[in-house]
Design a protein around this ligand. Structure first.
Ligand code: PLP
Length: 431
């Protein structure tokens, strides 16, 4: 089934020469050389389309981590003050650049912990059910960890998830959610909704949700609004502050290239910066910086997102993230987003060009409703197709029962990568 997409702005061509011409004109092409690509026997870079799962390592990461190892060796405990980047305020060195990536203000942003942990911590503060208002709404087929987190929060408050969890699913025969249906569902549950918690980009379909509309609708019924931006941060152009959600969280090892288990990001809207009545699970790193080392018994939160910190931060993980955020800051999300639309548009064109009836794209065709990822459904396919497709030369991702997810990342993928992938898929389908 081939669904006609919107007319491409470009007159794309299905040839290697054309893809190379596109690369030659790409203003961001030099960034590719700043990343390590997995090794292959042929010596050619792998087609790495799993940056939505684990981003590639910047070549500078090692220097950033080595710096902290050297300072620890040389200075030991004094490194908290004397290191090239002192460890005591280390998280602050990341705030501004992380805030830029998601379109937030520095006061709204902090880097801490890992994603699901942060989601829980934020729900401790922002999911405050009452007898009448107790439901949590999420997108259907949300990432499993988010489903577990919200269900366990409901249960923690003594609410049966079968009653308290509302999952919005696409219409029969459709693969992604219409904004009008999300908004209608929010209005329908209205005053019973305590929290609307959506993904920014769904990990399975690649759909980017209309965060402005969701935020507005959620607030209009008096609910709190939160976003999980794991597949959105570093992928789509976000304007978190303006969008107006109460909170958001995201990981940094996917599009943000901070390495396995990298330290995660948190957003708490400025309107809550001095809302010290919100319950929170506290620890000394969220305590007022001037009096933290007086080691007093009573917690006094720092204003803004920093006040949600608990523990002193993992410096090596933060060093790795710093290496990557420097690169994002140089490239800029606006430019990355423009290239992303072109790169993914080219992939879409080539998939159509294969002309195989078994292929359909379950990601929205509208470039504004997706990031770089396309999820390709192959009717009747099983894992053997994926095994013919992937391997040393091609990194893609298989999701049961029949979906291949691919993410050409604008920071380090090329138009030639996209062309090589399509040729490989064409061959695998024919075998
Ligand atoms: C990747 C991802 C996670 C992973 O959670 P961790 O706590 O980082 O292990 C959670 N939620 C979503 C939506 C994700 O995409």
């Amino acid at each position: 089934m081939i669904i006609a997409g919107p007319a491409n702005e470009e007159n794309y061509e299905a040839s290697r020469e054309y893809s190379r011409e596109k690369d030659a004109l790409d203003p961001l092409r030099a960034f590719r050389n700043r990343f390590h690509f997995p090794e292959t026997d042929s010596g050619e870079d792998a087609v790495y389309f799993t940056g939505n799962s684990l981003g590639l390592q910047p070549k500078t990461t090692k220097d950033y981590v080595d710096q902290e190892l050297a300072d620890w060796a040389r200075l030991a405990v004094e490194g908290h003050f004397e290191a090239a980047h002192p460890w005591l305020p280390y998280h602050e060195f990341l705030t501004e650049k992380m805030a830029e990536v998601v379109g937030a203000k520095p006061i709204e942003t902090v880097v801490m912990n890992s994603l699901t942990v942060n989601l829980h911590l934020l729900m401790v503060s922002f999911y405050r059910p009452s007898k009448e208002r107790f439901k949590i709404m999420i997108e259907g087929k949300a990432f499993p960890s988010d489903q577990y987190a919200v269900k366990s929060q409901l249960a923690f408050h003594g609410i049966d998830p079968a009653e308290g969890l509302i999952e919005v699913t696409p219409r029969t025969g459709e693969t992604w959610l219409r904004t009008e249906d999300i908004v209608a569902a929010i209005k329908e549950h209205g005053e019973s909704l305590a929290l609307v918690m959506f993904g920014g980009v769904n990990y399975y379909t690649g759909q980017a949700f209309d965060l402005d509309s969701i935020s507005e609708a959620g607030h209009s019924v008096g609910a709190v609004v939160g976003f999980d931006l794991a597949h959105a941060a570093g992928n789509i152009h976000l304007r978190l502050h303006e969008t107006g959600a109460d909170f958001a969280c995201w990981c940094s090892y996917k599009y943000l290239n901070s390495g396995p288990g990298g330290v995660a990001g948190v957003f708490v809207h400025e309107r809550h910066k001095a809302n010290f009545d919100l319950p929170r699970f506290s620890g000394w790193w969220g305590h007022d910086k001037d009096s933290r080392f007086q080691m007093g018994p009573d917690f006094k939160a720092i204003e803004g997102a920093e006040g949600w910190q608990i523990s002193n931060p993992p410096i090596f993980q933060m060093a790795a993230l710093m290496a990557s955020l420097e690169i994002f800051s140089e490239a800029g999300m606006a430019k990355l987003s423009a290239k992303s639309k072109d790169l993914t548009g080219y992939l879409e064109f080539l998939l159509d060009d294969i002309g195989d009836e078994r292929i359909s794209v379950i990601t929205p065709r509208d470039p504004n409703q997706r990031g770089c990822q396309l999820s390709i459904r192959v009717d009747g396919a099983d894992r053997s197709l994926f095994e013919r497709l992937s391997g040393q030369e091609v990194f893609a991702d298989w999701r049961e029962p029949d979906v291949i997810r691919v993410a050409p990342v604008p920071l380090y993928n090329s138009f030639e990568d996209v062309f090589r992938f399509s040729e490989r898929l064409r061959k695998a389908l024919g075998e």
